[in-house]
Design a protein around this ligand. Sequence first.
Ligand SMILES: Cc1cc2nc3c(=O)[nH]c(=O)nc-3n(C[C@H](O)[C@H](O)[C@H](O)COP(=O)(O)OP(=O)(O)OC[C@H]3O[C@@H](n4cnc5c(N)ncnc54)[C@H](O)[C@@H]3O)c2cc1C
Length: 394
Amino acid sequence: MSARNFHDVAIVGAGMVGAALALALAKAGFDVAVVEPRAPKPWTAQDEVDLRVVALAPSSVELFGRLDVWKEIIAARASAYARMRVWDALAPGELNFDAVDEGRAALGYIVENRLIQSALWNALQREPQITLRCPAKVAATESSPDRRTLILDDGSSMAAKLVVGADGADSALREMAGIAAHGRDYGQRAIVAHVATERAHEATAWQRFLPGATLAFLPLADGRSSIVWSAPEAESQRLLALDDAAFCAELGAALDFRLGRVTATTPRASFPLRMKLAERYLAPHFALIGDAAHAVHPLAGQGVNLGLRDVDELCAALIEACDAKRDFAAESVLRRYERRRRSDNALSAHAFDAIQRVFGSDAMPLAALRGAGLAIVDKVTPFKRAFARHAAGR
Ligand SMILES: Cc1cc2nc3c(=O)[nH]c(=O)nc-3n(C[C@H](O)[C@H](O)[C@H](O)COP(=O)(O)OP(=O)(O)OC[C@H]3O[C@@H](n4cnc5c(N)ncnc54)[C@H](O)[C@@H]3O)c2cc1C
């Protein structure tokens, strides 16, 4: 195998998480290869706002700043939100978060997935330490004492001291490495669309728990809101089948008319929801990150933020090993990463799952408890701080 085919780290999957890891490692001096089947479509300002957006926590924005991609993103199209309002259709409590209370200008930013992916991809192409294999897919992988080899679908192969599976919730690499994943299908679908509202969104993320469903209105830079309406499968199919006027009438009512009447500005799209947690994050010369390790319910808007925290920890573990002149792909090094991230990710996934279960129930005692819960969290400063700190990634 020629030197060009042997790398320090090979990352499989250049989604937001894999691409961020590739840049972070390249900037730290590692020789990195990236395998990705599809290059993202370049983002242009003339494009309609991508239907998939994410709420980036301050920790993710900081990471993108260090990777020199945040300037491109913020100059293009990103929407800072300064407040968050969470309330419930079945009980009177309300949670209010304000960036001012956190000593920040913003709680986070709403950004299009395609813009983030496009900015990361541009940076990957500029980075001399990175070899991009695209379009390419991994067909098989095997480990030997000092490396892991990837056999690609065109019959060629490459090897690395460490292979990282960042190929999303249905990770083929996770399966090839013999790592099981457990979880559950929520039997729900998230409907997404961008809508105009009668009242201004006030740079606020609005979230209402409904019987068996959750609805979020995320503020976009052009004054519209991006909605994520997670509902049981049959209910979402009913909502998807409505015409725009009927759908928007239900949408406005579902948000309790806080933003007044709602008007459709885009078609709707939908995604099935499930929780999937990898039983381990490690195999010989192999680690998992991002959705390949933990796919979570989107109600807290934390999926990619958790993945980007994996990036920080894996990177820190590898750099620390190199600084100490140790083998960065050694099991003990990867174990440190796993220890730091697996419990945090599992805790977050189960917390979102529990919220989803409690708020998915309209049985009366639980409904009373849910309202009391939000009111208590809002009144007790340490609880609220803990919630806000977690959402910010601190
Ligand atoms: C409706 C909805 C709303 C959401 N909102 C938020 C939010 O507000 N905030 C938030 O933080 N998260 C949110 N998320 C979650 C977030 O979108 C995911 O956590 C994030 O996209 C995961 O990134 P990733 O890079 O790990 O995986 P992916 O985005 O799935 O990327 C995987 C990459 O691997 C590539 N790949 C796949 N198979 C192979 C293979 N065999 N070989 C090589 N490459 C391969 C793919 O082409 C892709 O580029 C939301 C999710 C949904 C469904």
